[in-house]
Design a protein around this ligand. Structure first.
Ligand SMILES: [Zn+2]
Length: 284
């Protein structure tokens, strides 16, 4: 019996992102509609180049939005930030970043001088988010619905991922954007997870590994020295197929990561996250 409890304790703590019941962030946010209304206000009131763009709808007809910050030009460096792909792993960071970037353009001057552009999807899975649920309303895990075309995995079957991919790839080819970094905010492990998620057998290209490791070191410096980084298999001991980070690395050669915040407290680290982002963006 004691062993059973021990096993239960270990499994609940080690696999936060595997099973729905265990991955709740403990952090509560406003209803999705209110988050979007705040972003509409930001768009109309700020002098910074902020645009709120609807790129699709869920099967419940909930609109899907991305905030675009910066004026893209030919070959601009680009960054993608997303939150609540797992609706119950909301950290209240991705949805606060648009206002912070808009109000602190001086902090990321180098990035904007290079005509950099930031795409933020504050709530990637709004139906799941409003119901405090990992999956979307059709009970599908969206972070298993991205594809590696090079490995002949063809997914993008759910509205949230399909419409995002269509929007993003159109933007990237329109401006020939150079996608430098992607970050998807999850909970709860205190870690930065890199590709490949789908296998532990294939290493990243050495130059890419170096860049990922440098971002991991920067996270330890700015967020928490106890957080760890590495591939999903190294850190979480399983190899999920269809995660967003594998897609962004495979297709665009981006430094690509899943940030796993800490239960109940990660929202309090917001100023550390903005410092981390300032360093990441200014050094691209
Ligand atoms: Zn997750």
């Amino acid at each position: 019996m004691k062993n059973l409890f021990l096993l239960l304790f270990i499994s609940l703590n080690l696999f936060p992102c595997v099973e729905s019941a265990e991955s709740d962030s403990g952090i509560r946010g406003k209803p999705y509609k209110e988050i979007i209304n705040d972003l509409k206000k930001l768009e109309s009131q700020t002098k910074a180049p902020v645009k709120l763009i609807k790129y699709g709808e869920t099967i419940k007809r909930t609109p899907l939005y991305v905030v675009k910050i910066g004026k893209a030009q030919k070959k601009s460096p680009a960054v993608i930030i997303s939150g609540a792909t797992h609706g119950n792993e909301y950290l209240n960071i991705a949805d606060r970043l648009p206002a912070w970037f808009a109000n602190n353009t001086k902090e990321i001057k180098n990035f904007f001088d290079k005509k950099g552009v930031i795409y933020i999807v504050p709530i990637f899975n709004p139906d799941g988010y409003d119901k405090r649920m990992r999956e979307n309303s059709a009970r599908q895990d969206l972070n298993r619905d991205f594809s590696l075309e090079s490995k002949k995995q063809f997914r993008f079957v759910h509205n949230e991922t399909k419409t995002w991919k269509e929007f993003l790839e159109k933007e990237i080819s329109k401006y020939e954007l150079d996608l430098k970094v992607s970050m998807d905010y999850h909970c709860c492990y205190g870690a930065l997870l890199f590709p490949w998620a789908y296998t532990t057998r294939i290493p990243l290209k050495p130059a890419a590994q170096k860049k990922h490791d440098a971002m991991g070191e920067l996270m330890k410096k700015e967020i928490n020295s106890k957080y760890i980084y590495g591939s999903t298999g190294e850190i979480l001991w399983y190899t999920p197929k269809g995660t967003s980070k594998d897609y962004y690395y495979d297709k665009f050669n981006a430094i690509s990561a899943t940030f796993e915040g800490e239960y109940n407290v990660e929202d309090q680290n917001f100023s550390k996250h903005t410092k981390w982002w300032s360093e990441i963006l200014n050094n691209l």
